[in-house]
Ligand binder design. Structure first.
Ligand code: FRU
Length: 499
C-alpha cells in the first residue's frame, strides 16, 4: 500500500511538472509580450496572411506535438488590430505522411474555385506546399467558416513538377487579367516562377525570375506585391521579395500580369531587414482598399532556431510592418514602419529629455519591454547609440558608426549565448545608412528577447534576438570617441498584448 501511494504520488508529481512545462502563461522568461508567438510548441514561417471580414488571420508553420521543428502543420490565430491575437485550433494538419509547408490564403469571393454552392458562403482557400521526403507539390484546402475548419481538396496536388524542392506558393488576385497569380520558388535553382489560374485548380506557367541578387543560399517564401510610393498620389510599384536562408532580399519593378521586370540596381543586394532574425516575411492578402501593405516575418534564424532557450514555445513573429517605397538617388528603397496600432500598448513614459553623452549614460529606470525613440547627432569619429538589457557587464548595443556610416546591432556582450555555437558567431550585423541632415533617428522596440530597430523612418530595419539574464534590464545611451548630442530621447514601457 505504501509503495502504491509512493508510486501514485510520483505519477501526480510528474504530471504536475509536465503540465507546468506545457502550459503557457505568457509570463515566461523571454516571452515576447507584443510580438505574436504560439502558446506552446514550435513555429517558423508566417503563412496565409489574409484579411477577411474585419479580421487579420495569421496561419503559421507549427509543430502541434513538440517544441522543435517537425510534423509541419498550420497553426491559426486572428486579430482585429494586428496587436491582440486570439488563438484558434490548428487549421491544417500533417496527414498521410504529407507535411503542410508554407503558403498563402485568399478569400475566394467570386467562388472561382466552384467550391461553394450557389449563394453559399465564401470559400477561404489555402494554397500550401505538400511536403514528403521526395516531393514537394502545391496543394489547396478550403474553409466555409472563416478558417475554423478545413477540407483538403480531393484532387490535390494542383501543381506538381515532380521535384523534391518546389515550394512556398504566394497567391493573389491580379484584377487587370482577372486571374490568380502564384509566385513559387525553385529553391536550389534560385528562381521564382509565376503561374496563373482562373480557378486555382489548374495552373499555367507565365514566366520566371532569377537567379539574381543574393544566391548564397536556397530561395524560399517568395512574395510579389504592390507597394505605394510615398507622396505620389497613390502611385504604386511592384516589389518582389524572397528569403535566402538566412536573410531576405527585395527587388522593385513592374509586373504586367506575366513577367516581373526588375528596376533595382542589378549589382546591389537590397534587404528588408539587416539583422540576424528576420526571415520568411510575406504580406497580407486582401487588405481594405487604401490600406498600406503589411508584412510579417519570422523573428528567428535557421542557424540556431531549434536551440533557442525558450519554453514551452519556440519562436515568434516580427511586428507587422507597413511598407512604402521612395526613390532616392535614382534607387528604389523600401521603407518599413511598425503598423500603427502598436501605439495601443504604449505605457508609462520612463524618459523624456535631450542630453549630451560622452561615454555611457545609464538610466535609473529598468525594463526589458520598451519603445525607444532617439534622435542623435553622432560624434564625427565615433560610435553612439542605445544599450539595452544592460547589467553585470552585459548589454545589447544598437549603434551608429559615423566613420563607416553604418547602423549596427551587436549582441556579443549579452548573456546566455551558449545554446548553439552559431548564435555566438552571428553576433554583429550592419546596415549601410547615411545620416539625414546630420541626424540619426532610431525607433526601437525591445520585447524581452526581441529587439526590432527602425532607423531613419524605416529606411533600415534590423531584428535581433537576445536572451538576457533576469537582472539584465538596464537602459543606457552611449557615445564612444567623442560627445554625441541626443535630442528627443523618449522611452516608454510597453504593455502586454496577452493580458
Ligand atoms: C522557410 C521554410 C519554407 C518551408 C518551411 C518548412 O523557413 O524552409 O521554405 O515551406 O520553412 O517549415
Amino acid at each position: 500500500m505504501k509503495n502504491l501511494l509512493a508510486v501514485l504520488s510520483i505519477i501526480v508529481f510528474v504530471n504536475i511538472i509536465s503540465a507546468q512545462t506545457n502550459t503557457a502563461t505568457y509570463r515566461e522568461q523571454y516571452r515576447p509580450q507584443f510580438h505574436f508567438s504560439p502558446q506552446v510548441n514550435w513555429t517558423n514561417d508566417p503563412n496565409g496572411l489574409v484579411y477577411y471580414k474585419g479580421k487579420y488571420h495569421i496561419f503559421y508553420q507549427y509543430n502541434p506535438y513538440e517544441n522543435k521543428w517537425g510534423h509541419m502543420s498550420w497553426g491559426h490565430a486572428t486579430s482585429n488590430d494586428l496587436v491582440h491575437w486570439q488563438h484558434l485550433p490548428v487549421a491544417l494538419k500533417e496527414d498521410k505522411g504529407i507535411m503542410i509547408f508554407s503558403g498563402s490564403c485568399v478569400a475566394d469571393v467570386n467562388n472561382t474555385t466552384g467550391f461553394a454552392k450557389p449563394g453559399g458562403p465564401t470559400p477561404m482557400v489555402a494554397m500550401y506546399t505538400g511536403h514528403t521526403e521526395t516531393n514537394q507539390s502545391q496543394q489547396i484546402a478550403y474553409s466555409f467558416n472563416g478558417g475554423n475548419t478545413w477540407k483538403k481538396y480531393w484532387h490535390n496536388p494542383v501543381l506538381d513538377l515532380q521535384k523534391k524542392d518546389f515550394r512556398d506558393p504566394k497567391v493573389f488576385w491580379y484584377a487587370p487579367k482577372k486571374y490568380w497569380v502564384m509566385a513559387v520558388v525553385l529553391p536550389n535553382e534560385h528562381k521564382v516562377q509565376f503561374y496563373q489560374s482562373k480557378n486555382m485548380l489548374s495552373w499555367v506557367l507565365l514566366s520566371e525570375f532569377g537567379p539574381a541578387g543574393d544566391i548564397s543560399g536556397v530561395w524560399e517564401c517568395p512574395d510579389l506585391l504592390q507597394v505605394p510610393i510615398a507622396n505620389a498620389g497613390g502611385r504604386k510599384k511592384w516589389v518582389l521579395t524572397m528569403s535566402i536562408s538566412t536573410a531576405m532580399q527585395y527587388f522593385v519593378g513592374e509586373f504586367d500580369g506575366v513577367k516581373f521586370s526588375n528596376e533595382s540596381l542589378p549589382n546591389k543586394i537590397y534587404r528588408p531587414d539587416f539583422g540576424p532574425d528576420y526571415y520568411a516575411g510575406i504580406s497580407y492578402n486582401q487588405l481594405p482598399t487604401g490600406a498600406k501593405p503589411v508584412m510579417i516575418g519570422w523573428a528567428n534564424n535557421w542557424q540556431y532556431a531549434n536551440d533557442i532557450p525558450t519554453s514551452p514555445w519556440k519562436s515568434a513573429m516580427s511586428l507587422p510592418r507597413e511598407l512604402t517605397l521612395k526613390k532616392e538617388n535614382n534607387e528604389w528603397l523600401l521603407f518599413q514602419q511598425p503598423a500603427a496600432n502598436i501605439d495601443k500598448l504604449k505605457g508609462d513614459t520612463l524618459v523624456d529629455e535631450s542630453v549630451l553623452v560622452n561615454a555611457v549614460k545609464m538610466y535609473d529606470t529598468k525594463s526589458t519591454q520598451l519603445e525607444v525613440l532617439v534622435e542623435a547627432q553622432p560624434a564625427a569619429n565615433g560610435t553612439c547609440g542605445v544599450q539595452l538589457a544592460a547589467g553585470n557587464g552585459h548589454y545589447a548595443e544598437i549603434g551608429y558608426d559615423a566613420v563607416a556610416q553604418k547602423l549596427y546591432v551587436d549582441r556579443s556582450h549579452t548573456a546566455n549565448q551558449g545554446f548553439n555555437k552559431n548564435f555566438a558567431k552571428l553576433s554583429r550585423y550592419e546596415a549601410p545608412l547615411a545620416l539625414k541632415k546630420g541626424l540619426l533617428k532610431l525607433h526601437i522596440f525591445f520585447d524581452n528577447s526581441i529587439i526590432e530597430v527602425f532607423a531613419n523612418d524605416g529606411e533600415a530595419v534590423m531584428t535581433m534576438q537576445i536572451f538576457p539574464d533576469k537582472t539584465d534590464n538596464g537602459i543606457a545611451l552611449f557615445s564612444n570617441g567623442g560627445t554625441s548630442t541626443f535630442s528627443n530621447v523618449k522611452i516608454w514601457n510597453m504593455k502586454s498584448a496577452w493580458n
